[in-house]
Design a protein around this ligand. Structure first.
Ligand code: C2E
Ligand code: MG
Ligand code: MG
Ligand code: MG
Length: 279
């Protein structure tokens, strides 16, 4: 019992650990404030058709900028939001913002939106998403929800139920970071998926690594065989673009085309693409 052991044994924190914990709690409370005040921004990165360079849509990517001008990357604050129980609220705010922005785009463009694996155990997720679509008037068939393979790990049946209910309403489903998580290969055949996003780690060196090339080729072939579009993440060079196109990969995303941009730059970006006089 703690009492018998005295106060020292229950508080074996080192000063560093205590500082870390304090910093973590401070970040968490700042995030809580930012979510409540709807201060988390959304940037957009184009998803490009590799055959002709035309735009399929944009992926919404969360951005958190602090008062001092520095920013916290989503890889850092999304896990904090998950642990703090904020992810559902944050996600609703972000989706609302992203849908409002996407309504200003040409009507053929898709909005891709990331869902955290934790949200795939939330049976109310479909209702939450559909409520935002109803509220903003954004059409379900223009929304593509991105989920990672780890989203199926916790409770596969429930994840399938959630995905099925979104699909019934016309929402598209993409598997994000494909190839890095639990293999859902056995699930793909009876799984209502529209798109496989080939993880950036494969694209980063498939030109120099024969093994990575074989993996990318195999994923594209699975997609072609099952009628699921494949998208290459992190396309950075013309040569990567050319080779991916030759493999039959339909879509790409990466700095070669454009980095994620603020909402108000999307229109200028689109205008530049269709302007034949543009560089
Ligand atoms: P993701 O969904 O795989 O998003 C792609 C990431 O790759 C983005 O990082 C994007 O900026 C980056 N990227 C795109 N093209 C290139 C490239 O050519 N080279 C390199 N090196 N990187 C590229 P970002 O924006 O930092 O987001 C990181 C991750 O955070 C996302 O990975 C996603 O898992 C998560 N995330 C972002 N926004 C949200 C959100 O609203 N909700 C949830 N649940 N997760 C989010
Ligand atoms: Mg994504
Ligand atoms: Mg990804
Ligand atoms: Mg990724």
């Amino acid at each position: 019992e703690a009492k018998r052991n005295g106060p020292a044994s229950c508080c074996a924190y080192t000063p560093e650990l205590r500082r870390e914990l304090a910093a973590r709690l401070a970040t968490e409370s700042r995030l809580r404030e930012a979510v409540a005040a709807d201060r988390i921004d959304v940037h957009f990165q184009p998803l490009v058709r590799l055959t002709d360079g035309s735009i399929h849509g944009f992926e919404a990517l969360a951005r958190w900028k602090l008062e001092d001008g520095s920013s916290v990357p989503p890889d850092v604050f999304i896990p904090i939001a998950e642990e703090a129980g904020l992810i559902s609220d944050l996600s609703t705010h972000l989706l609302r913002r992203a849908c409002r922005t996407a309504l200003t785009w040409p009507s053929g463009l898709i909005l891709a939106f990331n869902i955290s694996p934790l949200q795939l155990v939330d049976i109310l997720l479909p209702e939450r998403i559909l409520a935002v679509l109803a509220e903003t008037g954004f059409p379900a068939h223009r929304l593509s929800v991105e989920i990672t393979e780890s989203g199926f790990a916790a409770d596969l049946e429930r994840a399938l139920d959630i995905i099925g209910r979104l699909r019934e309403q016309g929402v598209r489903i993409a598997i994000d970071d494909f190839g890095t998580g639990y293999s859902s290969l056995s699930q793909l055949a009876n799984f209502p998926v529209d798109k496989l996003k080939i993880d950036r780690q494969f694209i980063a060196n498939f030109l120099t690594s024969d093994k990575q090339m074989k993996i990318v080729r195999a994923i594209v072939q699975i997609g072609l065989g099952l009628g699921i579009a494949t998208l290459a993440e992190g396309v950075e060079t013309e040569e990567e673009h050319r080779r991916l196109r030759a493999l039959g990969c339909q879509l790409g995303q990466g700095y070669l085309f454009a980095a994620p941009m603020p909402a108000d730059e999307v229109a200028t970006y689109l205008a530049g693409l269709s302007d034949p006089g543009a560089p």
